[in-house]
Design a protein around this ligand. Structure first.
Ligand code: C5P
Length: 274
């Protein structure tokens, strides 16, 4: 059987409203999620369960208790897994959840059943399993697929700071009132940027209070011509929309001069079209 190769594209919370808090401390979210044209790659081969990690960000991860292994165990499946880590770790763009979802998709291709309660692996796993534009609600387990988004040229930038998601949520709880309104009705995609202007990432002020560099990244995205810039998830990765792929590439080159990780890409089509 040839190896099964699955993309684990970067997840972007284009809008992320925190609408409340559950008794167990998890937060209720309302988010417009899309995926970028860059990501990690997961390769699965038949064999006893094992994990090897390579790629530019492999050093930031342990092979002992990785979400890829936990995903295979939840599915009751064996596989020799290789994770090629192209995206920065703990950076608000899916990371472990995206990789775990890619493992589960690969295992399905190898004939295994998708496990129930995949969200137990991570709140972003259900939306990463869908891997196309979606509205994400609940604590992440309610995923409503949306029609494809336009392939907007964009740049992802991370200032090299790994932010802990629980710490960012805790900082938000201290700073801001929970129970904020849901995202506005997402009627059409004629002008995504105009729709986004009426939304927020409620974790952005909290992340900024922990890592002021997030503010520098957002300013720099705007200075390089981004028509819209925002942080994704709990940060610290931010994204900016550009008018053309060329402008996005030029901006990424300029942003790298700050010593930041920056990549030009686009909002990707749904998985089925990739
Ligand atoms: O599920 P995941 O491991 O991605 O979540 C990391 C942490 O982020 C949780 O332990 C929780 O503190 C916080 N979180 C939250 N509400 C969510 C998702 C995550 O408070 N909906």
């Amino acid at each position: 059987m040839p190896p099964v190769v699955e993309a684990a594209p970067a997840k972007l919370n284009l809008a992320l409203h925190v609408t409340g808090r559950r008794a167990d401390g998890y937060h209720l979210l309302d988010s417009l999620v899309a995926f970028a044209g860059v990501g990690d790659v997961v390769t699965l081969e038949p064999g006893p369960l094992s994990l090897r990690i390579d790629g530019p960000f492999a050093a930031g991860l342990s092979t002992d208790d990785n979400l890829c292994l936990r995903a295979a165990r939840l599915a009751g499946a064996d596989a020799a897994i290789t994770l090629t880590k192209t995206l920065p770790v703990a950076s608000g763009i899916g990371g472990g959840s995206a990789d775990a979802a890619a493992v589960l998709r690969g295992l399905v291709q190898m004939g295994h059943a998708l496990p129930l309660q995949a969200e137990r692996l991570g709140a972003d796993v259900p939306v990463c399993l869908a891997s196309g534009p979606a509205r994400m609600q609940g604590v992440g387990e309610v995923v409503t697929p949306l029609p494809p988004l336009p392939p907007i040229p964009l740049v992802l930038v991370n200032p090299g700071i790994a932010l802990s998601t629980p710490q960012v949520f805790a900082a938000m709880d201290r700073r801001d009132n929970p129970g904020l309104p849901a995202i506005p009705r997402f009627a059409g995609l004629a002008d995504l940027t105009a729709w986004l202007a009426g939304t927020r990432n409620d974790l952005e002020p909290a992340a900024l209070s922990i890592a002021p560099a997030v503010g520098q990244v957002l300013d720099a995205l705007r200075t390089t011509g981004a028509a819209f810039a925002r942080m994704s998830g709990s940060g610290a990765t931010c994204f900016g929309f550009y008018d053309s792929p060329d402008r996005a590439r030029i901006a990424a080159t300029a942003l790298k001069r700050h010593g930041w990780w920056a990549v030009a890409t686009e909002l990707a089509p749904p998985l089925a079209a990739r």
